[in-house]
Design a protein around this ligand. Structure first.
Ligand code: NAP
Length: 347
């Protein structure tokens, strides 16, 4: 019977817990086997053929040995990595999913995944946009940009907005949403190519290469002579300290992530935090997953904007699971230009 025979299943396996910067050799490619059928007798199982997997910075946090500070859980050495992806349902015993459905959500870094209790699998309704967008602008990073900017910071027309890691999966959308809200938007990124992209393709008002700025405070003063109302924080460290010096009274900081700290044994301190008091700054961490109830509203905004060319999205696409470790590791040296994803299979 179809599905009874086991087929080979290429996987990206975590070798061991990681310390410091991740390396390609922290992962290996192996080939297991899997039956392309949801187990009989189950009522909550979905068998997926993975099409795209998403390289996201938080995956590095899952690779660390879990400790009391871990809130995200952890990957298991010897097992495939897990993260967001786009997949096709091959078989299902779960009432909400049927064969042929396209979904985005939590899956494995492998060709086929058997998902039990698929809490985070969202059915894809709009297929007249690139399917790969559901790893980025139409998936978790898109919801991150939307929730962090609109829900956490509530931008008003004319406000000054600064975005770090601005050309990445989240940042490029934050900047464009802030422009749609009528704000003045500046981004920082780590190369001339990325700065050009921000200014010439993604519609930022200004941008700078933080790696070529000996004095981040001076760079921000140059870009924001009147100060910053909203900071969308993606990197932490020295940039956060410089931003605090330049925030305006009653400014808001959406703390989305701090990628500059993820590989450090000992996180850097933040020296200018006291300014939060005098300047009445509201600084709020948030997680995209807390806002998924707003996903339909988000799609109503963003899908027409994509189709009308009012929002563009830059992707960096690696081909094949063999190239997934390099793609993931590349996030931490800024090798990706735009949203980094990996093609596992074409539909
Ligand atoms: N809170 C949430 O729910 C949530 C969800 C998704 C993502 N995030 C966070 O959002 C941030 C951006 O994620 P993303 O998916 O959009 O990634 P991304 O920007 O597409 O890729 C990561 C980028 O970070 C920059 N970077 C790497 N190391 C850095 C360092 N030491 N200092 C400064 N910049 C560095 C690099 O760009 P440059 O070339 O510009 O350096 C790199 O391309 C991350 O902090 C991530 O953890 C949070």
């Amino acid at each position: 019977m179809a599905g009874e025979e086991a087929v080979s299943n290429k996987q990206v396996i975590l070798n061991d817990y990681v310390t410091g910067f991740p390396k390609e050799s922290d992962m290996k490619i192996t080939t297991g086997s899997i039956k392309l059928k949801a187990p009989e007798g189950s009522n909550d199982t979905v068998l997926l053929k993975n099409l795209y997997i998403s390289c996201d910075p938080y995956l590095r946090l899952l690779m660390s040995k879990p400790d009391r500070a871990s809130v995200l859980g952890s990957s298991k050495p010897g097992s495939p990595l897990h993260g967001y992806g786009v997949a096709k349902v091959l078989d299902s015993t779960h009432p909400n999913y049927k064969k042929g459905d396209l979904v985005w959500g939590f899956t494995g870094w492998e060709e086929y995944s058997l998902i039990t209790s698929p809490q985070v699998l969202i059915k894809i309704q709009h297929t007249d946009v690139p399917l790969s967008y559901y790893t980025g602008i139409l998936g978790m990073p898109g919801m991150t940009a939307y929730a962090g900017l609109y829900e956490v910071c509530a931008p008003k027309k004319g406000e000054y907005v600064f975005v770090s890691a601005a050309s990445g999966a989240v940042g490029q959308l934050v900047g464009q949403l802030a422009k749609l809200a009528g704000c003045y938007v500046v981004g920082s990124a780590g190369s001339k190519e990325k700065v050009d992209l921000l200014k010439n393709k993604l519609g930022f008002d200004d941008a700078f290469n933080y790696k070529e700025e000996p004095d981040l405070d001076a760079a921000l003063k140059r870009c924001f002579p009147e100060g910053i109302d909203i900071y969308f924080e993606n990197v932490g460290g020295k940039m956060l300290d410089a931003v605090l010096l330049n925030m305006r009274l009653c400014g808001r900081i959406a703390v989305c992530g701090m990628i500059s700290q993820y590989n450090l044994e000992k996180p850097e301190g933040v020296h200018n935090l006291m300014l939060v008091v005098g300047k009445r700054i509201r600084m709020q961490g948030f997680a995209a997953g807390d806002y998924y109830h707003l996903y339909p509203k988000f799609l109503e905004l963003v899908i027409p904007a994509i189709k009308e060319g009012k929002i563009v999205y830059v992707e960096d696409i690696a081909e094949g699971l063999e190239n997934a470790p390099a793609a993931l590791v590349g996030l931490f040296s800024g090798r990706n230009v735009g949203k980094q994803l990996v093609v596992v299979a074409r539909e």
